[in-house]
Design a protein around this ligand. Structure first.
Ligand code: PNW
Length: 487
């Protein structure tokens, strides 16, 4: 172990992008201020039983009013980049027509403040807060939503383009489609497998249309998408278990990598889902649109996925950590069982396994050769408890430090093996509204005291600040223990 001042050896190059990430609905609050209209999350959170404790994002971290202070905290973290998302209904109420000047001004001010601190903004256009009016017309199951999204992207490129470093079209379209439209665990809370597959395609189409729209306005734009790809592991080498893994590989990874980088939907995906849909929502020419060249691929990784052929009855899928729901997000996969894995877990119940990240990065490197990658989200929720020491509030979170350290070591390892990983964004900059779990799950480097809104650097934030300054990761690491959620 080394002391903070001893400067352990640099593992990452000078130009490695160190970042932290958030999303609009999870931090902004001010849900109905200055002309913002409802998103599907405002509506969904008001549905009884949808969010733990009946919480909403009405206030969240109140970032809409505290952004000046938050930019100071980002600067203190030493990050070179900040990944944020734009609330579509804040800048374009209702999802169509004219922009809302007050909403645009908020992002102009925020982006200028970041720029003045030398922090590069990575801007995600869609992190799950679809304007409610578009959902009322069918949401992502309706093809016209993809065109509405492209128009919104074009408008954002026009008004914010001079201040944005990297555009990310969508965050985790798997979650939007399957948690939103099949499991019903996320907004809009629909359990319609055929609509979920239509949503997959319309999200892929929206991505492609938006990439073109951004490039029409900004020919030199750096464009990205953030996918929650998974390393899928088969419990045994039996043909049945391997077939289960193949099916989940197609639903998790192939359904996005195929159309975005290869210009096809995997044949096995079409075959596996043939009883659910005939895929007639894929029109001639669509796969040329979805396969727009992009500059960098964002990968969000939290935990590995272990599957086998189902032997028992279908139960509510919990092993992979999505929100408990009466419905599975895994369309046409009743014959697959998700196997709980041994070892330490986070407060989400998610297995801690950095080897899943190296495996995933190697898989993507092989499947999408030459594509620069950033880890656009990685991090962990633990049951953080603030303590007062010497009159100062502290949050000791050794498990989070160990999690980040282990996963950064995995990134360093695959970089040595030739995988082109250019950056890493910790999820999250601060504790926030964790979707169906509300504020009960804390992923932040900064602790947020929700009653007062006060932010405190956790020990992991101090640790990460040393990482961002030195490019070295071996500062004061303790052994991982997990927070006590047992397998
Ligand atoms: C991602 N799953 O969500 C999101 O991009 C973040 O907004 C979120 O806060 C973070 O990860 C932590 O959850 C996910 O069920 C939600 O597989 C659910 C799943 C995956 C990612």
């Amino acid at each position: 172990m080394s002391t903070p001042d001893a400067f352990p050896p640099r593992v990452f190059p000078e130009d490695f992008e160190w970042g932290a990430a958030t999303a609009a609905y999870q931090i902004e609050g001010a849900a109905f201020e200055d002309g913002r209209t409802a998103s599907i999350w405002d509506t969904f959170a008001r549905r009884p039983g949808a969010v733990l404790g009946g919480e909403t994002g009405d206030v969240a971290c109140d970032h809409y009013h505290r952004w000046v202070e938050d930019v100071d905290h980002l600067a203190a973290l030493g990050v070179g980049a900040y990944r944020l998302s734009i609330s579509w209904p804040r800048v374009q109420p209702g999802g169509s027509g004219a922009l809302n000047p007050a909403g645009v001004q908020f992002y102009l001010d925020l982006l200028r403040a970041l720029q003045s601190r030398g922090i590069r903004p990575y801007v995600t256009l869609y992190h799950w807060d679809l304007p409610q009016e578009l959902e009322d017309e069918g949401g992502w199951a309706n093809r016209s939503t993809a065109y509405a999204f492209a128009e919104y992207a074009r408008l954002m490129a026009e008004v914010l383009g001079h201040l944005v470093d990297t555009w990310t079209t969508l965050n985790e379209p798997w979650c939007s489609a399957f948690l939103g439209y099949a499991a019903g665990a996320h907004a809009p809370g629909r359990a319609e497998p055929d609509a979920a597959l239509a949503a997959v395609h319309h999200l892929n189409l929206a991505h492609g249309l938006a990439v073109s729209a951004i490039r029409e306005v900004l020919p030199a734009a750096r464009v990205s998408v953030a996918l929650n790809l998974r390393p899928i592991r088969s419990a045994t080498d039996s043909p049945e278990d391997r077939d289960a893994a193949r099916r989940i590989e197609a639903l998790s990874n192939g359904a996005f990598i195929g159309p975005l980088f290869e210009g096809v939907y995997p044949e096995d995906l079409l075959r596996d889902t043939a009883d659910v849909t005939d895929w007639s929502f894929v029109h001639p020419g669509d796969l040329a649109i979805t396969k727009q060249p992009i500059d960098v691929l964002g990968i969000n990784y939290y935990n590995p996925t272990l599957v086998r052929r189902r032997t028992g009855a279908v139960t509510t899928e919990r092993a992979d950590g999505h929100t408990p729901s009466a419905h599975s997000p895994w369309v046409a996969a009743d014959g697959v069982e998700f196997v709980p894995q041994d070892g330490p877990r986070t407060a989400m119940g998610w297995t801690i396994d950095p080897s899943g990240l190296s495996e995933l990065l190697l898989n993507v490197h092989r499947r999408v050769p030459g594509m620069p990658i950033v880890v656009s989200e990685n991090g962990a929720a633990f049951d953080d408890v603030p303590v007062v020491e010497g009159g100062e509030q502290r949050v000791h979170d050794p498990d989070r430090i160990a999690y980040l350290h282990g996963h950064l070591a995995a990134v360093a390892e695959v970089r040595e093996a030739g995988v082109d990983v250019r950056g890493y964004f910790a999820w999250s900059f601060m504790d926030n509204f964790e979707w169906a779990f509300g504020t009960s799950k804390r992923f932040g480097l900064l602790y947020v005291d929700y009653p007062t809104g006060e932010r405190t650097f956790k020990d992991s934030a101090h640790w990460y600040a040393r990482v961002t300054r030195t490019g070295a990761i071996d500062h004061d690491v303790e052994a991982p223990t997990g927070s006590g959620v047992e397998a």
